[in-house]
Design a protein around this ligand. Structure first.
Ligand SMILES: [Zn+2]
Length: 302
């Protein structure tokens, strides 16, 4: 559904390029939310004045049902919830029931919208900024100062190549560690599972971060490449070991047409599953890059 249509169904008004609505005293915004690399969904975002406790988030999650609520950080840490509207009924009376349910849960938890400046904590703000799709009340000077400080740090980090070799090495080691569950599943159960493959880029990215290099925009692509190479080498290694146990060289074994087609088939499956795995973890990787941090804060500049 088009964002404009959903906004009008929810009685939301457009201000500063953002759709804003209020219900039972709560202000919320309609946003596009990426759940992974390619899936973009419409969601409601509520921004609160403090980091949500587990119980507070649980209460909202329960009222939300499926698709699950997600925690977001909007100017403060984990102070916002994203509530996907996918599969929710678009009938006005049902939307009202839904809005009542989620805002009732917020009321019960005594939650309050973020109304003070998130940078200095003081009220009586004098400006507004759009952060991650929500309008946030700020002091103009606080927003500018914060933006400059963060951008200065991020840009210095982006230019630095310190720790890059170490991070790349750790990313490779991470990918190998992430391969272990797949290794066990293939060797002992003769089974390839797409979901397990997601652990390869996940562990590789973790390794890269541990290495301490800057998380630049290219890092998710590097992690994807390393994961692919490792998962393909794994298949080669399996076939090589198989050939050796039969007293053949790798080349000799591949001369048998059936072996060759199985080998190519397994390489293809491995590549496909790595691709799926990368898609699954893409959002969590790209969200941590400097490019994304800059993009998230771009609304502060003005
Ligand atoms: Zn301020």
């Amino acid at each position: 559904m088009k964002i404009e249509k959903m906004a009008s169904l929810l009685g939301m008004k457009e201000t500063q390029g953002v759709f804003e609505g209020t219900y039972q005293g709560y202000t919320f915004h309609l946003i596009h939310y990426y759940t992974d690399a390619i899936t973009k969904i419409l969601a409601l975002q509520f921004v609160f004045d403090h980091q949500l406790t587990k119980d507070e988030f649980k209460a909202i999650s329960k009222a939300q049902g499926a698709p699950i609520a997600r925690l977001e950080s909007v100017a403060l840490t984990q102070n916002a919830v994203v509530l996907p509207l996918l599969y929710k009924s678009t009938k006005p009376e049902k939307l009202n029931v839904y809005l009542t349910k989620i805002t009732d849960a917020m009321k019960t938890s005594n939650l309050k919208n973020l109304n003070h400046c998130p940078f200095c904590g003081l009220e009586e703000t004098d400006a507004q900024r759009v952060i991650k799709g929500s309008i946030v009340h700020v002091h103009d000077q606080c927003a500018k100062d914060f933006y400059e400080k963060v951008i200065e740090r991020v840009e210095a980090e982006e230019k630095s190549v310190a720790n890059l070799p170490k991070s790349l090495l750790f990313a490779v080691i991470g990918a190998i560690v992430g391969l272990i569950p797949t290794f066990i599943s293939v060797l002992f159960f003769n089974y390839m599972l797409a979901l397990l493959y997601a652990l390869i880029p996940l562990a590789s990215f973790y390794g890269f971060k541990k290495g301490g290099a800057a998380k630049n925009a290219y890092v998710p692509f590097v992690v994807a490449g390393i994961s692919l190479v490792i998962s393909l080498l794994f298949i080669v290694w399996i076939y090589q070991t198989g050939a050796a146990s039969l007293g053949m060289t790798f080349a000799e074994m591949l001369e048998v047409p059936q072996n060759r087609s199985e080998f190519i088939g397994d390489l293809g499956t491995s590549a496909l599953f790595t691709g799926i795995g990368v898609l699954i973890v893409w959002k969590s990787m790209s969200q941590q890059t400097n490019a994304q941090i800059k993009k998230d804060l771009s609304g502060l500049k003005k």
